[in-house]
Structures are given as C-alpha cells and as structure tokens.
Design a protein around this ligand. Structure first.
Ligand SMILES: [Fe+2]
Length: 190
C-alpha cells in the first residue's frame, strides 16, 4: 500500500504525518510541488520482457511525454532470485547506489508497474518519504535533495523517464541525513 511519512529533517522521531490514505497522499505531495499520479498496476513476473511491459503502457507513456521531453524511456527491474548465489551481493550493491542523499540535473520520473520502493525527499524543514507501490507515478523535481531505498530484498519493476541519457547520474551531497531515517523495511513494518 502506498504510504506517506513526513518527519522533521532535524529529528526523524518528530513524525508529522503517517498515512496510507490515497487522497491525503496526493494532496500533500501536490501541495509541495511533487507530481504524483496513479496508473493501473500490472502484476509482472521476471519472465515478462521489458518491451512487452512498456507496450502495455504505451498510451499513458505517450500522454506523459506529449511534448517529447523524455528522450530515453526504459525499464528498471529487480526480482529476487534465491537460486543465484550472487543475488544477495547484487541486491546490496543496487540498494546502496542511491541510498545516500543526492540530486539530479533533471526530474527523476518513475512509474512503478509492480513491487515497491521509497523516495525520501528532503524538503526543508521536512523529510517526505513516499513508499511507492505498483500503480504509483512520482516525479522528484530537478535539484531536489533526496534518496531512494529499494529495501533489503529489492523487488520492483519501474518505468524510468529521462531527458538525457545520463539523467540518472546523482550529485551526492555528502550529508549523512539518510542514515537517521527509517528504512523502507522499517516503514512498511510499522
Ligand atoms: Fe535519485
């Protein structure tokens, strides 16, 4: 279930809002200038090809990209594979990549087809954490300090929209703020 968790940026224990109500989540994010939308979710397995998944959302992708601003649209996916001895290391490495505060030169636009991941937006004086699930579209505005947690067992399929091929590259702030906030695992267990 989509979850919004807002706390003071100077004190993760000072929780200001914790809700799974869809209308409240949409209103709170929009009031902060964060694009948030819902598209139909699709249960997809590792066997379904990326092109097939993208084709299912072709009309919505074309609508979102009506002005052609996103020149690179692809699919990011991770599915647990307990038969692969490399999986734990792969999962850990993937998770670590964007687990520290950073920002991008362009909006970070993601549609979660299935699975789950959490964006933490550092919007002073708050940290706004959005646990996205299948069906959620979110856009982190360019220049916004944020981090992303895919959890200890990453399992998601997400469509990514980039203006430039290197739009995913992060400019890391060096601020250790992320370490003080609840992880995705902790947020969904609460
Ligand atoms: Fe990012």
């Amino acid at each position: 279930m989509t979850l919004l968790h807002i706390a003071a940026d100077t004190d993760p224990a000072e929780v200001r809002l914790h809700t799974t109500d869809p209308d409240t989540i949409a209103a709170e994010l929009r009031s902060r200038g964060i694009v948030f939308d819902r598209w139909p979710a699709q249960p997809v397995t590792a066997e379904i090809a990326a092109d097939d998944i993208l084709a299912r959302y072709r009309d919505r992708i074309d609508d979102l990209n009506a002005d052609g601003r996103y020149r690179h649209i692809d699919l990011a996916r991770l599915h647990p594979d307990d038969t692969d001895p490399q999986w734990p290391d792969l999962a850990r490495a993937a998770r670590e990549k964007f687990l520290s505060e950073h920002r991008h030169a362009e909006d970070e636009v993601r549609f979660f087809v299935s699975g789950r991941g959490c964006f933490y937006l550092h919007l002073e004086p708050e940290v706004v954490a959005v646990v996205c699930e299948g069906g959620d579209l979110v856009s982190v505005p360019a220049g916004t300090r944020h981090w992303f947690d895919m959890g200890s067992r990453p399992d998601f399929v997400a469509i990514r929209f980039f203006e430039e091929a290197d739009g995913w590259i992060g400019d890391f702030t060096g601020d250790p703020i992320a370490r003080g906030f609840p992880t995705l695992d902790e947020l969904v267990a609460a």
